[in-house]
Design a binder for this molecule. Structure first.
Ligand code: CLF
Ligand code: SF4
Length: 492
């Protein structure tokens, strides 16, 4: 994989905000109370804007789980918080602390340490809290975060509060035990394995109780839900309403990952995953009730780096052993880097604040555009992109709506190997997008994309994403391309 580093190319640079080009990322934080904004502004999962600038890491200290989900096979990562792929190294708390300090010293933008598996962190409370306890002392500038299925949550809420853990994710796939019985074959509860509807009812009750207890203690709660077509797709809007009413801060609806080769029940049974269009439609329908997260990358339980990148290979246990870490010195550097990013974001928000709305804004339909970028600038060659961020541009601005995974078209040369079939797959992944913005693109893929109805654009290299997306939208508008509805063949 193309391992991204925070370099001149990927580091945040200027990100001026021209009229009409600021979308949800700025608006997202504007309405929040100061104390909440402090908690989310540098958390890459809780703020869409922050995910362009700040990194997170997970330490895989929690191997066991107390429930079974039909989408999980723990030879692969926890599907709640990770894409399938084995955890490379299970760690002891002491190793996890060492790794965290090494990453923090190397990646100053790493602001959050999460424990998200590969099992359930609260089914492994000694290992989880030993890690948090030590990090709270040794790296007080790192936010601590945990993701759980919620079964054991109520009994651990006080401990979570004691360690100053401000962010907790609960995976809630249903609030109806009949739906739950189709997702969870069993739970392990009071030393007994319980099956079916009864198991789902206990799990749901514990999740809801845990949510209420966390909110009562002022801890921010994000709810993750796995969208499973035909099982909970009709039900998740109700879930969204209920968790919002109970005080959850953010709802992250993620697509089911079910491949037969992962050996999960759903994978083997041929349960399908939702399409990007189905996922977006559900997220849109929930949005009136709830803040929706759309930038989740379903990370591995040992992920390191910006969301969507994986620098884990740089921090294996043997490599960490070789590192000489002066954390006090690193803390100074971290503070400098973060102050720089903060100044950058403040300037961006001030510019957004000063934008005067355009009277009689021109009509023109919304357009989906794919963007090849790491961070806030358009800085990735089309042929190197492993994912594309998708923005919806309209007269009200550019709005991040999701991302699409892709295979790298080629490793530096557009004419290499079996580039054609990879390109076909990328075109399928970009279904519904009318333009793709990247730093550069080769002649061949350009022609193939154009023929497929996706206009390539390499003219906005190193420009802020939202500005570039809006510039392209305005060009399309001026060219009269946005008067008629999009032809059905291009939309999902
Ligand atoms: Fe990790 Fe989760 Fe904390 Fe983030 S991930 S424990 S809240 S620090 Fe983030 Fe990854 Fe999605 Fe999770 S992108 S899978 S939502
Ligand atoms: Fe797997 Fe996570 Fe479900 Fe446990 S809670 S079975 S680890 S997906």
């Amino acid at each position: 994989m193309d391992l991204p580093v925070v370099s001149e190319e990927t580091a945040p640079k200027k990100s001026g905000c021209s009229a009409g080009s600021c979308g949800s990322s700025d608006d997202q934080l504007g309405h929040l109370a100061d104390d909440i904004r402090q908690k989310v502004q540098d958390h890459p999962c809780y703020s869409e804007e922050a995910h362009h600038y700040f990194a997170r890491m997970h330490v895989a200290v929690a191997p066991a789980c107390n429930i079974q989900c039909h989408y999980c096979n723990r030879k692969y990562d926890c599907a709640n918080e990770s894409r399938p792929g084995v955890v490379s190294e299970l760690m002891t708390p002491a190793q996890a602390v060492k790794k965290t300090l090494a990453v923090a010293a190397t990646i100053p933008q790493m602001t959050v340490l999460g424990i998200a598996g590969p099992g359930d962190p609260l089914a492994n409370p000694e290992r989880t809290f030993a890690t948090f306890r030590e990090l709270a002392v040794k790296a007080p500038d790192i936010k601590l975060c945990v993701s759980t299925n919620g079964l054991s949550l109520p009994q651990h809420v006080d401990e979570l509060a004691k360690h100053n853990i401000d962010h907790v994710t609960i995976t809630i796939n249903c609030i109806d035990p009949d739906v739950g019985a189709q997702i969870y074959p069993w739970i392990f509860w009071n030393n007994t394995r319980i099956h079916g509807r009864e198991a789902a009812a206990i799990l749901i009750e514990q999740q809801q109780k845990g949510l209420e207890m966390l909110v009562a203690r002022g801890i921010l709660v994000k709810v993750n839900s796995v969208l499973i077509p035909g099982v909970n797709d009709q039900h998740l809007k109700e879930v969204s309403k209920v968790v919002k009413a109970k005080g959850a801060f953010l709802h992250n609806v993620m697509p089911l990952i079910a491949e037969a080769e992962h050996g999960t029940f759903y994978g083997v049974m041929g349960q399908r995953s939702p399409s990007p269009a189905e996922l977006k439609a559900l997220q849109d329908s929930c949005e009136g009730d709830m803040n929706m997260m759309r930038h989740c990358r379903q990370c591995r339980a040992d992920a390191v780096g910006l969301l969507g990148e994986d620098r884990g290979a740089e921090f294996t246990l043997d490599k960490i052993e070789q590192m000489d870490i002066d954390y006090e010195k690193a803390m100074e550097f971290r503070a400098e880097v973060r102050a720089g990013i903060q100044a950058e974001l403040d300037a961006k928000r001030a510019a957004a604040h000063n934008v005067v709305p355009i009277a009689n804004a021109p009509a023109g339909r919304p357009v989906l555009m794919a963007v090849a970028a790491k961070g806030p600038l358009i800085n990735v060659h089309f042929g190197h992109a492993r994912e594309f961020m998708v923005y919806e541009a309209s007269h009200s601005g550019a709005r991040f709506v999701g991302h699409r995974k892709a295979e790298s078209y080629c490793a530096g040369d557009e004419t290499c190997g079996d580039g054609e079939s990879v390109l076909d797959k990328t075109i399928q992944a970009l279904e519904g997008c009318e333009a793709v913005l990247c730093s550069k693109i080769g002649y061949e893929p350009w022609g193939t994309l154009e023929a497929a109805g996706i206009q390539p654009n390499g003219e906005h290299a190193m420009e802020p994403i939202e500005d570039a997306v809006m510039a392209v939208w305005r060009e399309m508008l001026a060219a009269g391309k946005l008067d008629a509805p999009l032809q059905a063949k291009k939309r999902a």
